[in-house]
Design a protein around this ligand. Structure first.
Ligand code: DGY
Length: 333
């Protein structure tokens, strides 16, 4: 009887997911959810054919070169900027992600953050908790209008489209977007969204939501110059990835009132947060939880597990990121 493939579960995950994987594989699990550095990750990963990762584990040339038995890495995330895809291709390792299952939950959260930011919910709640509320005032925590305003979306994939539909049909917003490539006319009509240049997006949006993938090209796509181009009354929401916004420039712009407010779920170098962002009042900060509902996190974990099982037992992943060229068989060779 051939040995079962060995799989490393690099972070703690639902017990049901571990149980399901254990029916197919010899598992090593990071039960205590320790933060492994690169050397420790390599040490743990060596000798395994599969890995279950989250966006926190960086899988690059050094890791793949040190783990020649590795065949597949399944990310429990739709974003995969923690993977060096050129290195995956060089080593003939299959990478998979978890698209589709988190679209609506993440779009809901994008809207929640937009509302909290524009309507100053966190800031006013802190004020109340500090016991500073003495009386009602006509101008207390006045924020920006959401309904009927102009919603700008940078990055118009599935999540961006979900946000557009919520804005257009739920809040009567005028939706404009910019994306690497323009959507087809039918999708634009379904989202009631109009394609504009990035410059116009920055100039016209009352609320700008970032939903584009992180890459070297999108690094600091929003920096000091872009923030200066926005309306002083505008809000900025980042549910995409840290690094897309220059956090130091954003903190300076918020402090100087160059834009009204920001809502951030992701940060450069997270879980560290730029110290200046922690001291400006007009920013809502959440710890990368846009996809965090029980149902969605389960669906993400299930899809990552499906990918490992399908690839290591049948040689074909469910949601592959890369196409492996020139390999005879992948799964149980
Ligand atoms: C994703 O799926 O990319 C989310 O950011 C969760 O990590």
């Amino acid at each position: 009887m051939s040995e079962r493939p060995r799989v490393l579960v690099a972070r703690q995950v639902f017990p049901e997911t571990v149980e399901r994987l254990s029916q197919h594989f010899e598992l090593s699990v990071n039960t205590h959810d320790e933060a492994w550095d690169k050397a420790e990750l390599i040490r743990r990963l060596q000798g395994h054919q599969g890995a279950f990762t989250t966006g926190s584990e960086r899988i690059d040339e050094e890791v793949l070169a040190a783990c020649p038995e590795l065949k597949v890495v399944a990310n429990m995330a739709v974003g995969y900027n923690n993977f060096d895809m050129d290195a995956f291709d060089r080593h003939g390792v299959q990478a998979t992600n978890a698209p589709g299952v988190l679209t609506d939950t993440t779009a809901d959260f994008g809207f929640a953050l937009l509302m909290a930011t524009a309507r100053r919910i966190a800031e006013s709640e802190h004020f109340l908790r500090r016991g500073e509320w003495q009386r009602w005032r006509y101008d207390m925590f006045v924020g920006g209008e959401v309904h009927g305003s102009t919603l700008g979306i940078l990055g118009m994939g599935r999540i961006g489209q979900g946000i557009a539909r919520r804005g257009a049909f739920g809040f009567g917003m005028n939706v404009i977007y910019h994306n690497r490539s323009r959507l087809d006319a039918q999708t634009e009509a379904e989202c009631r969204a109009q394609y504009v240049s990035k410059d116009e997006l920055l100039r016209s949006a009352d609320h700008l939501v970032l939903v584009l993938p992180y890459s070297p090209e999108s690094h600091h796509a929003i920096g000091a110059a872009e923030l200066a181009a926005m309306k002083p009354t505008a809000t900025l929401v980042n549910i995409a990835r840290g690094g897309i916004v220059d956090d130091a420039a954003l903190a300076a712009a918020l402090r100087a009132g160059r834009i009204a407010a920001a809502g951030l779920d992701v940060f450069e170098g997270e879980p560290r947060v730029h110290p200046d962002l922690l001291t400006v009042p007009n920013v809502v900060l959440t710890p990368h939880i846009a996809s965090a509902t029980v149902g969605t996190r389960r669906a993400m974990a299930d899809l990552a597990a499906d990918n490992l099982i399908a690839f290591l037992t049948q040689g074909q992943a469910v949601t592959p990121i890369n196409r492996l060229v020139g390999r005879q068989s992948h799964g149980d060779e």
